[in-house]
Design a protein around this ligand. Sequence first.
Ligand code: SF4
Length: 403
Amino acid sequence: FVVEQHPNHPDYLICELETSRGCAYRCSFCTEPLYGDPAFRAPDSVVGEVDALSDRGVAHFRLGRQADILAYGGDGEAPNPDALRELYGGIREVAPELRTLHLDNMNPVTITDYPEASREAIRVIAEHNTPGDTAAFGLESADPVVQEENNLLVTAEECLEAVRVVNEEGGWRPGDTPETTPGDPDRVTGPSTGPDASPRLPKLLPGINLVHGLTGERPETYEHNKRFLQTVYDEGLMLRRINIRQVMAFAGTEMAETGAEIAQEHKDQFQAYKREVRETIDNPMLDRVVPPGTVLPDLHLEYHQDGKTFGRQLGTYALLVAVPGERELGTTVDVAITDHGYRSVTGVPYPLDVNAASMDELTAVPGINRNTAGDIVVGRPYDSVADVDAVDPGIVDLGAYAV
Ligand code: SF4
């Protein structure tokens, strides 16, 4: 009941449900093993919690803080797709109107060790989650020396294979058809969202976590990491986001002895490398994951800056979206993406009303310059988007954005 007293209730509130504690592995910097081997909550316990929250008006959920969602309900290491089906299916049953269902972490070593069961488990997740979901992979370092010295679990090659698997099983978009699905024509494609089959974010994509300052780190470590990310990009694969951070030395972990010394020594190289990854990988990757025309529902408008309104969806690693004009804060709007920067995107309200859209909104649409936008405004009113074509045939590509 306490959720009802939250100032963001009901529309801008996401509830995180814990599914497990502990981990079967022992990476040098991590505090999770301090909770011991994994213990899982039973599906009916989590489902019951969603049911109660849903009855109180909550529509956004995240299955959070687990070491590995694939291990849920299993022996600690091997996937148990049936337990995931019970968990996700149960949640969908008690909260059929939910707007967000995302997860937190997935361990790539599970995919390496149990490829077929993992594929099945990923399919279960992608059938039940909502678009834009991210499976954060703790690669931590692509450098074999750092991997060895810190008990890291997967090599760069193994992590690359795990990235392929999640792309194949979860990288489809609602509304995809075999013809429009990139990559392998036989890959799983999702059902259409119904009458509104405009492209959405992919259902489930990997995220990559990289940690710097670990024992054994050397100048080549940065090259190994960049090479790994470049290979992912060059193979045409999608990553939802890349998280690069410097290690924090927590008491009780092996890294507590080494401390933050290495991170401090490599600070300059770290900053330059981070910038390079933003420019050479993040930027083109965003275009691949969120091409113009992608629709993001339920964007919550948070603040104004430079004549624009910025907002985000609820969910894991939500994209920051800039919308032209100063719209009312605290409200929600669906947007269609028109362009992207390094870590944020631009979008216009979706569907755009061609009889009411502002000049700034019209010029944000790819292919419309100020002259064309001016002609569109002068030619109002229109009975349909097709009539706008008469204004400037061939230039206006409003179909994906407007009604
Ligand atoms: S980093 Fe992940 S796999 Fe390693 S000990 Fe922590 S939770 Fe387990």
